[in-house]
Design a protein around this ligand. Sequence first.
Ligand SMILES: Cc1cc2nc3c(=O)[nH]c(=O)nc-3n(C[C@H](O)[C@H](O)[C@H](O)COP(=O)(O)OP(=O)(O)OC[C@H]3O[C@@H](n4cnc5c(N)ncnc54)[C@H](O)[C@@H]3O)c2cc1C
Length: 472
Amino acid sequence: MQTPLPHPEDYDVVVLGSGEAGKYIAWTLAKKGMRVVVIERKLIGGSCPNIACLPSKNIIHSAKIASYFGRSAEFGITKDNYQIKMSLVRDRKRKMVDGLVDMHLANFKASGAQLLMGSGRFIGPKTIEVALADGGTRILRGEKVIINTGSRTTVEPIPGLTEASPLTHIEALELDHIPEHLITIGGGYIGLELAQAMRRFGSRVTIIDRNARLAHREDQDVTDILQDMCREEGIEVVTSARLTSVEGKSGESVKLYALRDGSEIILEGTHILVASGRTPNTEGIGLEVAGVETTNRGHVKVNERLETTAPGVWAVGDCAGSPHFTHIAFDDFRVVRDNLAGGHRVTTGRQVPFCMFTDPEFARVGLSETEAKERGISYRLAKIPIVAVLRTRTLSETRGFLKALIDTASDRILGFTAIGVEAGEIIAAVQVAMLAGLPYTALRDAIFTHPTMLEGLIPLFSAVPARTEKMT
Ligand SMILES: Cc1cc2nc3c(=O)[nH]c(=O)nc-3n(C[C@H](O)[C@H](O)[C@H](O)COP(=O)(O)OP(=O)(O)OC[C@H]3O[C@@H](n4cnc5c(N)ncnc54)[C@H](O)[C@@H]3O)c2cc1C
């Protein structure tokens, strides 16, 4: 016979993890008068403001300033013997994070949602036991429960890797010194952003990737620019290399052994940064006793309404396998909010724009050429080098291109890629046009302010080939 559970404290909504979707759900429903509690083990407001998007962009901006100092003579300003003090770079980031945490605390207070610091795990359907951060436990039961536990860096079981105590983005963003030689495992967006930043601070940097090219899911022309960027900035890139073992300690000296084209290669450095994938935080939290199933990749299994397999339990963000971006987690909030209110809002068919904050930035919305070809979708292609946008010349930032895919049967925009200065801002304009169902000609014929980056949309969309009977 099972021992009966101690009587839990009842809430309308219990949120496990204070990430993007969870906190917005909590604030919104608490403001409506519901009794809401959010359980958070460490990061008030989740990863984005504390250890991920915003701190990384803060550090990347400092690295951009460092690169401007390095290029200062090009702008007619001389600044010799400048110094980079990583402890001060870190202080600026910490100050920003502190401010963001204060902002979150104020939002909790204003909304009436409770924030409970501690680690939670299910002990029964819709029932969570919380090991409180300051000792003791509490048991909470929610009429509705939202799982928002996020994801963490995957450290693959490569002999010696865990023992080497590699940096993840969390420690890399807390460094108070410049690594002498950083070896980054993984050439995806987290690896590339941080590799470039560290290089700009003065570290020697090597990126090792198991795939044949950087950002391997993207079009070849994107990889080419990223590869050029690395070469120009002195970042060594080793692709098609499968790591076999690691020796040493990150922070002191490390040796990475890998197989490339059947031969062994050895990389020696001082620090390792692991950025080769994410693992959802779904084990050890009692999902099985709550009737919440997971997928074979470890994500909480959800339908398009973000309902789990347990009635009244929802999952959002990275842990639910939503595309790993804060703006997507924010949309998960809207999906759950509307469904809880009796609506029917789904995650299927939504736009997933993204930006990689390297310099130049790389941003895309809609289809890439690779995806269009894989899906057998025919398109008309327009592409211009970003140097054709005169604003880039005023900035001395001329690397990159703009590229658009247009439907062959109509003037609909299927996809847009920008790699270049302000790419993340430029895609938004095209995205709005796509959302509004505007033909590409609306952007081609628009009047944009001169000289701005958006002005580049005019020559880009003027380069769309005319519609013909047959197109590939
Ligand atoms: C270095 C880096 C840079 C990034 N940059 C960008 C970017 O520029 N733009 C972008 O859109 N995305 C970016 N991302 C991705 C983005 O950060 C994530 O997709 C997003 O933060 C996921 O939000 P989430 O709510 O799913 O999880 P999280 O924000 O991680 O929230 C989960 C929360 O749950 C808590 N938690 C977990 N388990 C428990 C438990 N058992 N009990 C109590 N609390 C628990 C965790 O402490 C955490 O606070 C970046 C990610 C990284 C790593």
